[in-house]
Design a protein around this ligand. Sequence first.
Ligand code: PMP
Length: 442
Amino acid sequence: MSHVLRRSLTAEQPVIVRGEGAYLIDSDGTRYLDACGGAAVSSLGHDNAAVRAAVTRQMETISYAHTGLFTNEPAEALADYLIAHAPDGTGDGRVMYLGSGSEAMEAALKLARQYHLENGQPERTRLIARAPSYHGNTLGALAVGGHAGRRAPFQPMLIGVDHIDAAYPYRLRHENESETAFALRMANQLEDRIKALGPETVAAFIAEPVVGASLGSQPAPAGYFKRIREICDTYGVLYIADEVMCGMGRTGSLFALEQEGIAADITTMAKGLGAGYMPIAAVMASQTVVDAILSGSGRLWNGHTYMSHAVACAGALAVMHEIDDRDLLKQVRTLGKRLESGLRDALGQHPHVGDIRGRGLFWTAEVVEDRASKAPFDAKRNLAGRLQTAAMERGVITYPSQGCADGVQGDHVLIAPCFTSTGAEIDRIVEVVAESITAETS
Ligand code: PMP
């Protein structure tokens, strides 16, 4: 019996003992093809020798020294790497390291506040985010998130955050509305909300470039983020890009925002940064933000004990080098096409699949009871959970979600295979996902 406090206190879970490429192996010897890397975490599979070697080497020299006094070589090299690969505009930015995506979001919100204070605009305290969205489970990140189900129990304890609609074409795009018109209509909600709140009171807008858990994997309509950037610039509002799930190569470019042709003021990243080998997250600040701090107080008003942990940074740096050395972004784009066309062929006409969406190796099927009305199955059916079990019984791990438990969205099956997958593994994932959906909806 495990001593770990499990999410479900009664669940009997298999004990995982080993990883082999894209496979997880439990104590009974059962092998599971990992089609989601947890929640889009394990981008390099489960037994990467280069990362293991880098982590071991680092432990043999120095693991930890407090960031109040010291930096370390892997932390600096990783920051150089991230800044050099950031979408245009980050210039001479800087990076801070944290332990999880939620912590990174908290740090990003505080950094936005610090920026405005350093700039002599203390009245800028308001945050605007989107719904549906998910930005983490700590109280600040939960408040920013537009995830009805996860917010509900903690609602009275959450700071006030304004929400506009996330761009979700399957349900929000009008019939006969062009993609461009839809993108503008959605983005202009931000301008309307800034004006309604008073532009001088708004600190930041928070959005994922490609939405993860709350909407499956939802890219923005073309032109959406260009308009968002314009609006933020017009009103002096910072844009915080949450790349915790969609970043680090998952969508075919290191940062998902690169494909939108704009840069963020503050970027958060986590999952794929350590690729599951290290629990590490980061916040990258653009030069504008850094300059305000350097010409103001000159120091960061945030700190955690394990920031810039040398072993975590060495592991993440090795993950980035693997992506480059093995040309894995190209692999993501190639395998992504195979995954997309496999899903469209197998499920495009399925009576209970309403939408298939994604980018790179980040794809989702939204399952609905009625394709014509887009009505979801009754939540009591726990279809998302059943779809996960059905796939697992067939030896494949997927990431299920009941949308935001808002009763509006259907159940999702999210697929985020490792970048090192073979074509045959991608085909097998598609086959099992299609079989599971058919089995559980008929
Ligand atoms: N932001 C996004 C977009 C996420 O998907 C997540 C995790 N699913 C988080 C933040 C929070 O990250 P963590 O679970 O590491 O705290």
